[in-house]
Design a protein around this ligand. Structure first.
Ligand code: NAD
Length: 262
């Protein structure tokens, strides 16, 4: 038996868009441990590509902005689920990042439903498919106050706030619920955030090791959280950011700033 003891257990994975996705790397990691994965993709058009990536796995479509897609999950999945990874987000940045108070109501509500409330809605839809002792996890961001994320910041804060509430309401079945607060990564989601590259390069300087986070490091944490080995961790957000959030006053950056002023 391997340390994570995932062999033969089934995990529902949402959010694979391509090989860079957090969900993809997590799925590869747990499949290598003998787990079984059931995937949900957002659109029909993604089906063929994901089927090539995971030929032996069930792949279904679930656009979380559609109530009917969420409610038919149990009839499509059918099998008992030992864990669920919610690794998806959407915010409409087609008009760029505006001052927060100028956020449009329709953009905010759409992003809140897709990026935050869908975690609760999908968990509820999975219902009895989730076995006693299952573990579910969502991917948030390392700092929900980072300006770079625009109005997605407070929406991720909403997602994180729902985690202890879900953990409490699922506690009778001993289902654990956690979030991972991941630092900046190179994925297609990040490419959609205005000025992301500048912020990504800056964040690398803020990590204590001067090397940005790798998606595999987030995936390793997700695999651990989905496994029984994390049994003592519940109702929390685990920050995975290579120390970035402890380094506001990085001395190299401070000295560079002072040199620029001279
Ligand atoms: P990604 O683009 O590979 O994955 C995002 C996924 O969200 C895609 O598979 C997309 O299809 C899905 N999605 C969007 N709208 C959807 C909808 N209506 N219904 C169903 N699925 C929908 O990017 P990623 O970086 O792997 O993102 C996964 C999670 O990680 C997101 O929650 C993101 O906020 C979070 N995260 C990313 C970073 C980063 O720097 N990339 C950092 C911290 C956290």
């Amino acid at each position: 038996m391997s340390f994570l003891n995932l062999s033969g257990k089934t995990f529902f994975i949402q959010g694979v868009a391509n090989k860079k996705s957090v969900a993809y790397v997590t799925a590869k990691t747990i499949l290598a441990e003998g787990a079984i994965c059931v995937f949900a993709v957002q659109k029909d058009e993604q089906m063929a590509a994901i089927k090539i990536l995971f030929p032996d796995s069930q792949v279904i479509v679930c656009d979380v902005s559609k109530k009917e897609d969420i409610s038919r999950l149990p009839e499509l999945i059918k099998t008992p689920i030992h864990g669920y990874l919610h690794s998806l987000a959407f915010a409409d940045f087609s008009e760029g990042v505006k001052p927060f108070h100028e956020t449009k109501r329709e953009h905010y509500l759409e992003a809140a439903q897709i990026s935050a409330f869908s975690f609760t809605e999908v968990t509820n839809a999975l219902g009895d498919l989730l076995v006693e002792g299952a573990s579910i996890a969502t991917i948030s961001i390392s700092s929900t106050r980072a300006t770079a994320y625009g109005y997605l910041g407070p929406i991720k804060a909403m997602l994180e706030a729902s985690v202890p509430f879900l953990a409490k309401s699922l506690s009778e079945k001993k289902i654990r619920v956690n979030a991972i607060g991941a630092g900046p990564l190179k994925t297609s989601a990040s490419a959609g955030i205005p000025d992301y590259v500048d912020n990504y390069l800056y964040s690398e300087e803020l990590t204590l090791r001067k090397e940005n986070l790798h998606t595999q490091e987030v995936a390793n944490t997700a695999a651990f959280l989905l496994s029984d080995r994390s049994s003592g961790i519940n109702a929390t957000t685990l920050i995975v950011d290579a120390g970035m959030s402890a380094n506001y006053f990085d001395q190299t950056i401070v000295k560079g700033f002072i040199r620029n002023r001279e």
